[in-house]
Design a protein around this ligand. Structure first.
Ligand code: FAD
Length: 422
């Protein structure tokens, strides 16, 4: 069986490795000339040397927000080292080690950008790829497609009154690299998730003032941060040189930094792939992964607020079990029913469309169990979600010190935690 993997970031590498272990005839297409996707740092922010949009949103000072004990694939721990939270370059080195250990590199066609994926009448797939070395299109035929192109590279910028009137700079975190570009500025940071939290803090050393607008349920305890970070509610409008917040207050600003997330896009999927994506809700997907209308296609890693590398490996093992015929998928009707039930439960919890594939503490465990039971595959180890919870609590308690914790795995169920001195 011929399998196409699109993208050679963490999820694509894991897909190729698992295909090889199942003796599948796999080819990976990667538009850049290296593996790693998100984890490849570049100073560039617009286009690469071949004119493609810069894919990675990595910034120079990034440290992981999960400990390496959760960041790893389940069967391949990070090489031992004292700290749990690592710089991005260590994650990239880890992925290179993974690739070399499982002989994944030889299966990747680098500088090959997938431009079109469409189903043929016999249910095989036509994949049109632009060879960026020759600038010529090449056509391939596959039996199955694993889409592993990542979801954190096309900025989402919400609309606010006055955005066109504002005379200062407006950038999205996708294009943020180093704090010195905010030297002496008055910066409005919008967004309360990982990037907003980290960047409000990171730029505060260079900026004069950081106004951090978020709608987190509680104010974040900013303890050790310089006192030039002020938390604000949602904004109501921008003016030529400032911002009005919903509480009626006004502040002068020079830059807006949008940490407002990303748009999920699949520009290469033809309409007859029968998948729709509206406000980051991709449907119809069985278990947030398999294209119900064309089950020889899976989208890997669409879920967020989870342990990404653990999820990639689980989703791929889940999917391959059906692809190689060791398990049969339920009928289309049953898959749709299962999805409807899951989504109804999510809407009842108050999730918005943009959070359709969000998990987080308390929910990812059920999802992991469900995949393992449904496909009869090795489950995620029990320490994973417990450690995730503890990390979330540490982070909530103090965003300035949560990375000082060291986690040590004791066995599949338990781990210990130690606060390292800086
Ligand atoms: P990507 O890493 O985005 O890789 C996708 C690959 O597909 C890229 O190499 C791209 O070039 C290629 N591609 C795209 N389109 C095409 C095409 N048409 N043809 C060919 N190739 C294509 N996760 C954590 O677990 N811990 C963290 O601390 C963490 N921090 C993060 C910080 C930032 C700033 C961001 C943006 C994300 C972070 N993440 C973190 C999430 C991270 O994105 C995932 O962990 C993971 O690396 C995503 O892997 P991926 O393979 O799905 O996508």
């Amino acid at each position: 069986m011929k399998v196409c993997v699109i993208g050679a970031g963490a999820s694509g590498l894991c897909a190729i490795k698992n295909c090889l272990q199942n003796n599948l005839d796999v080819i990976g297409f990667e538009q850049s000339n290296e593996i790693g996707g998100t984890w490849v740092y570049t100073d560039k922010i617009d286009k690469d040397e071949r004119g493609l949009d810069i894919h990675s949103s990595m910034y120079k000072g990034l440290y992981t927000n999960l400990p390496k004990e959760l960041m790893c694939f389940p069967d391949f721990p990070f090489p031992p080292q004292e700290k749990s939270f690592l710089p991005a370059s260590d994650v990239l080195s880890y992925l290179k080690l993974y690739v070399d250990t499982f002989n994944v590199r030889s299966k990747i066609k680098f500088l090959h950008a997938v431009e079109r994926v469409r189903p043929l009448i016999d249910n095989s797939w036509e994949v049109i790829v632009k060879n960026l070395i020759t600038n010529m299109n090449e056509t391939f035929i596959f039996d199955a497609i694993l889409v592993c192109t990542g979801h954190f590279n096309v900025p989402h910028i919400p609309k606010f009154e006055g955005q066109k009137t504002f005379r200062g700079r407006q950038i999205h975190s996708h294009k943020y690299r180093v704090p010195k570009t905010f030297h002496n500025e008055r910066v409005l940071v919008i967004g309360g998730s990982s990037s907003g939290t980290d960047l409000a803090r990171e730029i505060s050393n260079d900026a004069n003032l950081v106004l951090w607008s978020h709608h987190l349920k509680e104010q974040v305890d900013l303890k050790a941060i310089k006192n030039n970070v002020i938390q604000k509610p949602d904004i109501s409008r921008l003016t030529e040189n400032g911002v009005f917040f919903k509480d009626g207050t006004f502040e002068m600003i020079t830059t807006v930094l949008y940490c407002t997330g990303y748009e999920f896009t699949f520009p290469f999927l033809s309409i007859d792939c029968n998948l729709s994506c509206f406000e980051n809700y991709v449907q119809p997907l069985y278990k947030h992964c398999i294209n119900i209308n064309r089950p020889s296609m899976a989208i890997v890693g669409i879920i967020f607020n989870n342990c990404p590398f653990q999820t990639f490996d689980l989703q791929i093992r889940f999917y391959l079990k059906f692809l190689i015929g060791e398990k049969s998928l339920p009928s289309r009707e049953l898959m749709l029913l299962d999805t409807e039930k899951d989504m109804n439960e999510r809407w009842q919890r108050g999730l918005s469309t943009r959070k359709a594939h969000s998990f987080g503490d308390g929910y990812q465990n059920d999802y992991y169990k469900d995949l393992a039971v449904t496909a009869d595959i090795q489950p995620i180890k029990q320490y994973v979600t417990k450690m995730y919870s503890e990390n979330q609590q540490n982070r909530k308690r103090d965003i300035t010190t949560f990375r000082n914790y060291k986690f040590t795995i004791i066995n599949d169920e338990t781990f210990k935690t130690q606060l390292l001195l800086e």
